[in-house]
Design a protein around this ligand. Structure first.
Ligand code: PMV
Length: 337
Protein backbone atom coordinates (compact mmCIF):
# COMPACT_ATOMS: atom_id res chain seq x y z
CA UNK A 1 0.00 0.00 0.00
CA UNK A 2 1.47 3.43 -0.91
CA UNK A 3 2.14 5.85 1.95
CA UNK A 4 -1.03 7.69 2.82
CA UNK A 5 -0.98 11.43 3.29
CA UNK A 6 -3.37 13.66 5.22
CA UNK A 7 -4.82 14.91 1.92
CA UNK A 8 -5.82 11.32 0.99
CA UNK A 9 -7.75 10.97 4.24
CA UNK A 10 -9.49 14.33 3.79
CA UNK A 11 -10.48 13.28 0.26
CA UNK A 12 -12.11 10.17 1.75
CA UNK A 13 -13.84 12.10 4.52
CA UNK A 14 -15.23 14.74 2.16
CA UNK A 15 -16.22 12.46 -0.68
CA UNK A 16 -19.21 13.91 -2.51
CA UNK A 17 -19.11 17.17 -0.55
CA UNK A 18 -18.33 20.56 -2.13
CA UNK A 19 -15.27 22.38 -0.84
CA UNK A 20 -16.57 25.83 -1.64
CA UNK A 21 -18.00 27.62 1.42
CA UNK A 22 -21.78 27.77 1.45
CA UNK A 23 -22.04 30.61 3.97
CA UNK A 24 -20.18 33.79 4.83
CA UNK A 25 -18.46 32.42 7.87
CA UNK A 26 -18.14 29.27 9.94
CA UNK A 27 -17.84 29.40 13.70
CA UNK A 28 -17.13 26.86 16.43
CA UNK A 29 -15.98 26.41 20.00
CA UNK A 30 -13.94 23.40 21.16
CA UNK A 31 -12.81 22.76 24.74
CA UNK A 32 -9.28 22.01 25.87
CA UNK A 33 -8.80 18.55 27.28
CA UNK A 34 -6.53 16.93 29.85
CA UNK A 35 -5.68 13.26 29.42
CA UNK A 36 -6.13 10.97 32.42
CA UNK A 37 -4.57 8.16 30.35
CA UNK A 38 -2.09 9.75 27.99
CA UNK A 39 -1.61 9.57 24.25
CA UNK A 40 2.14 9.08 24.03
CA UNK A 41 3.67 7.69 20.85
CA UNK A 42 2.46 7.46 17.26
CA UNK A 43 2.30 4.43 15.05
CA UNK A 44 1.99 6.78 12.07
CA UNK A 45 3.59 10.25 12.27
CA UNK A 46 1.87 11.67 9.18
CA UNK A 47 -1.68 10.75 10.20
CA UNK A 48 -1.20 11.21 13.96
CA UNK A 49 -2.23 7.62 14.63
CA UNK A 50 -1.53 6.62 18.22
CA UNK A 51 0.03 3.45 19.57
CA UNK A 52 -2.62 3.20 22.31
CA UNK A 53 -6.08 4.40 23.28
CA UNK A 54 -6.24 7.45 25.54
CA UNK A 55 -8.87 9.03 27.77
CA UNK A 56 -9.39 12.66 28.69
CA UNK A 57 -11.68 15.08 30.40
CA UNK A 58 -12.57 18.33 28.68
CA UNK A 59 -12.07 21.65 30.44
CA UNK A 60 -15.65 22.99 30.33
CA UNK A 61 -15.65 26.53 29.01
CA UNK A 62 -11.89 26.75 28.58
CA UNK A 63 -10.90 26.25 24.99
CA UNK A 64 -10.85 27.90 21.60
CA UNK A 65 -13.44 29.77 19.55
CA UNK A 66 -12.63 30.03 15.85
CA UNK A 67 -14.31 31.91 13.04
CA UNK A 68 -13.30 31.07 9.44
CA UNK A 69 -14.35 33.08 6.37
CA UNK A 70 -13.32 33.18 2.71
CA UNK A 71 -10.87 35.99 1.91
CA UNK A 72 -11.15 36.84 -1.81
CA UNK A 73 -8.18 38.29 -3.73
CA UNK A 74 -5.71 37.93 -0.87
CA UNK A 75 -2.16 36.66 -1.44
CA UNK A 76 -2.13 34.64 1.81
CA UNK A 77 -4.49 33.53 4.56
CA UNK A 78 -4.86 36.06 7.35
CA UNK A 79 -4.71 34.56 10.81
CA UNK A 80 -5.58 36.39 14.00
CA UNK A 81 -4.94 35.09 17.49
CA UNK A 82 -6.77 36.71 20.40
CA UNK A 83 -7.50 39.76 18.24
CA UNK A 84 -3.97 40.28 16.91
CA UNK A 85 -2.79 39.32 13.40
CA UNK A 86 0.03 36.78 13.56
CA UNK A 87 2.90 36.75 11.02
CA UNK A 88 2.34 34.24 8.20
CA UNK A 89 5.69 32.63 8.96
CA UNK A 90 4.95 32.04 12.65
CA UNK A 91 4.52 28.48 13.89
CA UNK A 92 0.90 29.22 14.79
CA UNK A 93 -0.06 30.61 11.36
CA UNK A 94 1.77 27.79 9.57
CA UNK A 95 -0.17 25.25 11.63
CA UNK A 96 -3.47 26.88 10.65
CA UNK A 97 -2.68 27.35 6.96
CA UNK A 98 -1.22 23.85 6.75
CA UNK A 99 -4.51 22.46 8.02
CA UNK A 100 -6.52 24.68 5.65
CA UNK A 101 -4.38 23.43 2.73
CA UNK A 102 -6.15 20.11 3.26
CA UNK A 103 -9.60 21.56 2.59
CA UNK A 104 -9.10 24.47 0.13
CA UNK A 105 -11.29 24.35 -2.98
CA UNK A 106 -8.28 25.66 -5.03
CA UNK A 107 -4.61 26.31 -4.18
CA UNK A 108 -5.10 30.11 -4.38
CA UNK A 109 -8.29 30.14 -2.27
CA UNK A 110 -7.65 32.16 0.91
CA UNK A 111 -9.27 32.27 4.32
CA UNK A 112 -9.52 34.71 7.17
CA UNK A 113 -9.21 32.92 10.51
CA UNK A 114 -9.98 34.49 13.84
CA UNK A 115 -9.01 32.39 16.84
CA UNK A 116 -9.68 33.31 20.44
CA UNK A 117 -8.41 31.16 23.28
CA UNK A 118 -10.43 31.25 26.46
CA UNK A 119 -7.71 29.24 28.12
CA UNK A 120 -5.78 31.92 29.97
CA UNK A 121 -2.36 32.05 28.31
CA UNK A 122 -0.94 32.33 31.80
CA UNK A 123 -2.29 28.87 32.68
CA UNK A 124 0.43 27.34 30.54
CA UNK A 125 -1.98 24.97 28.83
CA UNK A 126 -1.37 23.67 25.36
CA UNK A 127 -4.02 24.98 23.00
CA UNK A 128 -3.31 22.81 19.96
CA UNK A 129 -6.03 20.29 20.89
CA UNK A 130 -8.82 22.85 21.21
CA UNK A 131 -7.32 24.93 18.38
CA UNK A 132 -7.38 22.23 15.70
CA UNK A 133 -10.73 20.87 16.91
CA UNK A 134 -12.30 24.34 16.70
CA UNK A 135 -10.78 24.87 13.24
CA UNK A 136 -12.11 21.54 11.94
CA UNK A 137 -15.58 22.28 13.37
CA UNK A 138 -15.56 25.84 11.98
CA UNK A 139 -14.64 24.71 8.44
CA UNK A 140 -17.35 22.04 8.65
CA UNK A 141 -19.78 24.84 9.53
CA UNK A 142 -18.48 27.18 6.79
CA UNK A 143 -18.90 24.57 4.07
CA UNK A 144 -22.09 22.97 5.42
CA UNK A 145 -20.58 19.49 5.28
CA UNK A 146 -22.54 18.17 8.27
CA UNK A 147 -19.84 15.59 8.90
CA UNK A 148 -20.51 12.96 11.56
CA UNK A 149 -18.83 13.35 14.97
CA UNK A 150 -16.58 10.46 14.05
CA UNK A 151 -15.45 12.13 10.81
CA UNK A 152 -14.91 15.44 12.64
CA UNK A 153 -12.76 13.68 15.25
CA UNK A 154 -10.66 12.14 12.46
CA UNK A 155 -10.37 15.50 10.68
CA UNK A 156 -9.29 17.25 13.90
CA UNK A 157 -6.74 14.46 14.56
CA UNK A 158 -4.96 15.34 11.32
CA UNK A 159 -4.18 18.74 12.89
CA UNK A 160 -3.01 17.39 16.25
CA UNK A 161 -3.57 13.99 17.83
CA UNK A 162 -5.16 15.21 21.05
CA UNK A 163 -7.55 17.39 18.99
CA UNK A 164 -9.44 14.17 18.15
CA UNK A 165 -10.74 14.28 21.76
CA UNK A 166 -11.53 18.01 21.77
CA UNK A 167 -14.53 17.77 19.45
CA UNK A 168 -16.55 16.61 22.51
CA UNK A 169 -17.15 17.74 26.07
CA UNK A 170 -16.83 15.66 29.24
CA UNK A 171 -14.98 12.34 29.45
CA UNK A 172 -13.71 11.24 26.05
CA UNK A 173 -12.02 8.06 24.89
CA UNK A 174 -9.88 8.03 21.75
CA UNK A 175 -9.77 4.57 20.18
CA UNK A 176 -6.32 3.92 18.73
CA UNK A 177 -7.70 1.78 15.90
CA UNK A 178 -5.61 -0.55 13.77
CA UNK A 179 -6.41 0.41 10.17
CA UNK A 180 -3.60 1.80 8.04
CA UNK A 181 -5.74 4.77 6.95
CA UNK A 182 -6.80 5.49 10.54
CA UNK A 183 -10.51 5.50 9.76
CA UNK A 184 -11.02 3.53 12.99
CA UNK A 185 -8.91 5.96 15.05
CA UNK A 186 -11.40 8.47 16.45
CA UNK A 187 -12.68 9.66 19.79
CA UNK A 188 -16.06 9.13 21.43
CA UNK A 189 -17.62 10.73 24.47
CA UNK A 190 -18.51 8.69 27.56
CA UNK A 191 -22.01 9.19 28.92
CA UNK A 192 -20.87 9.77 32.52
CA UNK A 193 -21.01 13.15 34.22
CA UNK A 194 -19.07 14.03 37.36
CA UNK A 195 -20.28 17.46 38.51
CA UNK A 196 -18.12 17.50 41.68
CA UNK A 197 -14.88 16.99 39.74
CA UNK A 198 -12.46 19.92 39.75
CA UNK A 199 -9.22 20.52 37.89
CA UNK A 200 -6.70 23.01 39.21
CA UNK A 201 -4.15 24.52 36.85
CA UNK A 202 -0.81 25.07 38.56
CA UNK A 203 1.29 27.46 36.51
CA UNK A 204 4.95 26.64 36.87
CA UNK A 205 6.17 28.20 33.64
CA UNK A 206 4.65 29.50 30.42
CA UNK A 207 7.96 29.69 28.54
CA UNK A 208 7.91 27.87 25.17
CA UNK A 209 8.95 24.25 25.56
CA UNK A 210 12.42 23.11 24.50
CA UNK A 211 10.93 20.12 22.69
CA UNK A 212 7.47 19.64 21.18
CA UNK A 213 5.32 16.67 22.18
CA UNK A 214 5.61 15.46 18.57
CA UNK A 215 9.45 15.37 18.76
CA UNK A 216 9.46 13.99 22.29
CA UNK A 217 7.14 11.11 21.35
CA UNK A 218 9.39 10.24 18.44
CA UNK A 219 12.61 10.21 20.47
CA UNK A 220 10.99 8.23 23.30
CA UNK A 221 9.41 5.68 21.02
CA UNK A 222 12.65 5.02 19.17
CA UNK A 223 15.23 5.21 21.95
CA UNK A 224 13.64 4.51 25.35
CA UNK A 225 13.64 0.89 26.51
CA UNK A 226 10.95 1.95 29.00
CA UNK A 227 8.56 2.60 26.11
CA UNK A 228 8.16 -1.16 25.62
CA UNK A 229 6.03 -1.39 28.75
CA UNK A 230 3.99 1.76 28.00
CA UNK A 231 1.20 0.08 25.97
CA UNK A 232 0.73 -2.50 28.75
CA UNK A 233 0.54 0.26 31.35
CA UNK A 234 -2.03 2.20 29.30
CA UNK A 235 -4.24 -0.85 28.72
CA UNK A 236 -4.28 -1.46 32.48
CA UNK A 237 -4.82 2.18 33.47
CA UNK A 238 -7.52 2.73 30.90
CA UNK A 239 -9.58 -0.18 32.21
CA UNK A 240 -9.15 1.08 35.78
CA UNK A 241 -10.04 4.69 34.91
CA UNK A 242 -13.15 3.56 33.02
CA UNK A 243 -14.18 1.50 36.04
CA UNK A 244 -13.48 4.40 38.42
CA UNK A 245 -15.58 6.77 36.32
CA UNK A 246 -18.39 4.26 36.22
CA UNK A 247 -18.36 3.61 39.98
CA UNK A 248 -17.55 7.20 40.98
CA UNK A 249 -14.37 6.11 42.80
CA UNK A 250 -12.39 9.36 42.86
CA UNK A 251 -9.37 7.98 44.74
CA UNK A 252 -8.91 5.26 42.14
CA UNK A 253 -9.35 7.75 39.28
CA UNK A 254 -6.81 10.18 40.73
CA UNK A 255 -4.26 7.55 41.66
CA UNK A 256 -4.40 5.94 38.24
CA UNK A 257 -4.19 9.25 36.37
CA UNK A 258 -1.21 10.38 38.47
CA UNK A 259 0.60 7.08 37.98
CA UNK A 260 -0.10 7.15 34.25
CA UNK A 261 1.37 10.64 33.92
CA UNK A 262 4.45 9.79 35.99
CA UNK A 263 5.06 6.69 33.90
CA UNK A 264 4.76 8.75 30.70
CA UNK A 265 7.37 11.15 32.04
CA UNK A 266 9.59 8.25 33.13
CA UNK A 267 9.78 7.00 29.54
CA UNK A 268 11.44 10.32 28.71
CA UNK A 269 14.20 9.73 31.24
CA UNK A 270 15.01 6.45 29.53
CA UNK A 271 15.32 8.15 26.13
CA UNK A 272 18.43 9.50 24.45
CA UNK A 273 18.87 12.41 24.44
CA UNK A 274 17.01 12.36 27.76
CA UNK A 275 13.72 14.24 28.01
CA UNK A 276 12.62 15.83 31.25
CA UNK A 277 9.85 18.43 31.15
CA UNK A 278 9.96 19.14 34.88
CA UNK A 279 11.41 22.23 36.50
CA UNK A 280 12.40 22.41 40.17
CA UNK A 281 9.05 24.13 40.83
CA UNK A 282 7.20 21.18 39.25
CA UNK A 283 8.87 18.80 41.69
CA UNK A 284 8.13 21.15 44.60
CA UNK A 285 4.44 21.19 43.57
CA UNK A 286 4.40 17.36 43.43
CA UNK A 287 5.80 17.19 46.97
CA UNK A 288 3.12 19.61 48.09
CA UNK A 289 0.43 17.37 46.58
CA UNK A 290 1.90 14.31 48.28
CA UNK A 291 2.16 16.13 51.63
CA UNK A 292 -1.49 17.23 51.39
CA UNK A 293 -2.48 13.67 50.55
CA UNK A 294 -0.59 12.46 53.67
CA UNK A 295 -2.80 14.73 55.74
CA UNK A 296 -5.96 13.19 54.29
CA UNK A 297 -6.79 15.34 51.26
CA UNK A 298 -7.92 13.46 48.17
CA UNK A 299 -5.65 15.37 45.80
CA UNK A 300 -3.85 14.03 42.74
CA UNK A 301 -2.09 15.50 39.73
CA UNK A 302 -1.42 14.86 36.09
CA UNK A 303 1.08 16.52 33.74
CA UNK A 304 1.52 16.74 29.98
CA UNK A 305 4.57 17.53 27.87
CA UNK A 306 5.52 20.55 29.95
CA UNK A 307 6.37 21.62 33.50
CA UNK A 308 2.85 22.55 34.66
CA UNK A 309 0.71 20.41 36.98
CA UNK A 310 -3.01 19.85 36.65
CA UNK A 311 -4.54 19.00 40.03
CA UNK A 312 -7.48 16.64 40.37
CA UNK A 313 -9.79 17.01 43.36
CA UNK A 314 -13.47 17.18 44.32
CA UNK A 315 -15.62 20.22 45.05
CA UNK A 316 -15.51 19.70 48.87
CA UNK A 317 -11.73 19.95 48.91
CA UNK A 318 -11.58 23.19 46.93
CA UNK A 319 -11.11 25.63 49.87
CA UNK A 320 -8.19 23.63 51.29
CA UNK A 321 -6.55 23.20 47.89
CA UNK A 322 -6.85 26.85 46.86
CA UNK A 323 -5.37 27.81 50.27
CA UNK A 324 -2.39 25.57 49.60
CA UNK A 325 -1.97 26.72 45.99
CA UNK A 326 -2.59 30.48 45.92
CA UNK A 327 -3.62 31.74 42.49
CA UNK A 328 -4.82 28.29 41.40
CA UNK A 329 -7.12 28.47 38.37
CA UNK A 330 -9.97 26.04 39.10
CA UNK A 331 -11.96 24.48 36.25
CA UNK A 332 -15.34 22.75 36.53
CA UNK A 333 -15.36 20.18 33.69
CA UNK A 334 -19.08 19.43 34.15
CA UNK A 335 -20.68 22.82 34.84
CA UNK A 336 -24.28 22.84 36.02
CA UNK A 337 -26.45 23.89 33.11
O1 PMV B 1 -1.73 16.30 20.39
P1 PMV B 1 -0.31 16.52 20.71
O2 PMV B 1 0.59 16.17 19.57
O3 PMV B 1 -0.07 17.93 21.23
O4 PMV B 1 0.11 15.53 21.90
C1 PMV B 1 -0.38 15.63 23.21
C2 PMV B 1 0.31 14.69 24.10
C3 PMV B 1 0.05 14.82 25.60
O5 PMV B 1 -0.56 16.05 25.90
C4 PMV B 1 1.37 14.74 26.34
C5 PMV B 1 -0.83 13.68 26.11
C6 PMV B 1 -2.29 13.73 25.75
O6 PMV B 1 -2.89 12.65 25.68
O7 PMV B 1 -2.86 14.82 25.58
Amino acid sequence: MPTLHKADIVRQLLEGRPRLPCRQEGRAFAPSNIALCKYWGKRNDELNLPVTDSLSVSLGELGTTTVVAPLPDAPTDVVRLNGTPVPARSKFARGVTGFLDLVRPAPDFRYHVDTVNTVPTAAGLASSASGFAALALAVNDLCGWELSDRALSILARLGSGSAARSVYTGFVQWHAGAAEDGMDSFAEPLPHLWPALRIGLVKVSTAPKDISSREAMKVVRHTSALYETWPVKVAHDLAVVLGAIESGDFGLLGQTAESNALTMHATGLGAWPPILFWLPESVAAMHKVWALRETGHALYFTMDAGPNLKLLFLEDAQPAITDAFPGLEVVTPFPAT
